[in-house]
Write a protein that binds this ligand. Structure first.
Ligand SMILES: Nc1nc2c(ncn2[C@@H]2O[C@H](COP(=O)(O)OP(=O)(O)OP(=O)(O)O)[C@@H](O)[C@H]2O)c(=O)[nH]1
Ligand SMILES: [Mg+2]
Ligand SMILES: [Zn+2]
Length: 349
């Protein structure tokens, strides 16, 4: 198996050579079921578990490998292996877990994020902004795919609404079912490129995966379930090699996407507001009730929709709240871990 097809290059070779030990080989995580990882290696696919030492030493769930990661593993019997170490990530797509105060990784080492929405009830410019912040935040180029074009009479209107919020992100209108608009999507699928599909459940991520693969590998929602909300057909993150090169990471739909990180991704997503704010009288203008606010002025003149500023404020508050909690929970996790370790040490004596 030639790992270059899976994105292996000199950069990964260097990162691997820093962490490797005799008998270890590189591999890329294709998917994960509970604690068992499917990994592609030069000897084909293997099943790996992370070493006991790694488990013992890790502090947070984001230390563990995720689909798309490059790891160092040691083959044991048959196609089984022990995963010893992680090659330093180029990036990862992170969001906040719904229930826990912890980040969740949707994938690692990503070149493009396809933000998939469908041109039916899912379409929502505010949600698009949220996904855009997450992509920019993690240094991943977003591409917006408006799927189910075949179902929508006002597709052109939706396109314009999407264009108004998606500064710097290309937008393509497609039908994964009728296979239209796929040429533009294929142009991102070059050898070595890793593309993650994100979006709500039922927007057609797996249908698109199958369309690009040219065969039905991923199960998709049946027609009967089509308008049932909250049913997740895809349950794990899986990486697929496309026939024309490139890798596609299909993910389970997200019911709700919460932000994780600092406010850097906001600047790219709301580049229009950032640029207007250069002319605000006060450098730290919050565009709320300050005098001489160029953003408010643009709204009054009808150059900027009020909802866009509301959305900016909402996401900004969410991120600020998040980062204040983040420090607290990090310390808390460390404290728990050390408590556990000291208990174990006491037992040994
Ligand atoms: N009309 C139409 N239906 C589509 C299109 N793409 C997908 N569908 C249908 O939408 C439903 C959901 O598609 P999936 O591919 O399973 O959606 P998903 O995003 O993978 O959903 P999760 O795995 O739950 O996140 C299926 O019934 C598809 O046949 C399209 O372009 N047009
Ligand atoms: Mg799916
Ligand atoms: Zn202002």
């Amino acid at each position: 198996m030639d790992l270059h097809q899976y994105g292996w290059n000199n950069e990964w070779q260097n990162k691997f050579s820093i962490i490797t030990q005799p008998g270890w080989i590189p591999g890329r995580i294709l998917s994960q079921s509970v604690d068992l990882y499917q990994i592609i290696t030069e000897f084909g696919e293997m099943n790996g578990k992370i070493s006991g030492r790694w488990r013992y030493e890790s502090l947070s769930s984001t230390d563990y490998p995720v689909t798309g990661d490059w790891v160092a593993l040691q083959p044991s019997s048959g196609s089984n292996a022990v995963i010893h170490s992680l090659c330093q990530r180029a990036n990862s797509l992170m969001r906040k877990q719904n229930t826990k105060q912890e980040a969740q990784l949707l994938g690692a080492n990503i070149d493009f994020a396809f933000i998939v929405t469908s041109l039916d009830h899912d379409f929502n410019p505010r949600r698009l902004e949220r996904y855009l912040v997450i992509a920019w935040e993690n240094n991943i180029q977003p591409v917006i795919l408006l799927n189910k074009a075949d179902l929508c009479g006002e597709a052109e209107d939706r396109l314009r609404e999407a264009e108004a919020v998606a500064i710097g992100a290309p937008i393509h209108m497609i039908s994964a079912k009728q296979l239209t608009g796929l040429e533009s999507v294929r142009s991102y699928c070059q050898t070595g490129n890793t593309i993650i599909l994100i979006g709500s459940s039922g927007v057609g991520k797996s249908t698109l995966t199958n369309a690009l693969l040219g065969k039905s590998i991923q199960p998709t929602q049946s027609i009967r379930e089509d308008d049932s909300h909250g049913r997740h057909t895809t349950t794990r993150k899986s990486l697929f090699l496309l026939p024309e090169g490139g890798l596609l990471l299909d993910t389970p739909g997200l019911r709700e996407i919460q932000l994780w990180g600092d406010t850097a991704g906001l600047s790219s997503t709301f580049a229009d507001i950032e640029s207007l704010s250069q002319d605000c009288r006060f450098q730290n203008c919050q565009h709320e009730s300050e005098p001489g606010c160029a953003v408010k002025d643009a709204i009054e003149k009808g150059k900027l929709p009020q909802e866009r500023l509301d959305s900016y404020h909402k996401l900004q508050k969410e991120l600020q709240y998040q980062s204040s909690r983040e420090n607290y929970w990090e310390l808390e996790a460390r404290r728990k871990k050390w408590k556990m370790i000291s208990k174990m040490v006491k037992k040994l004596h």
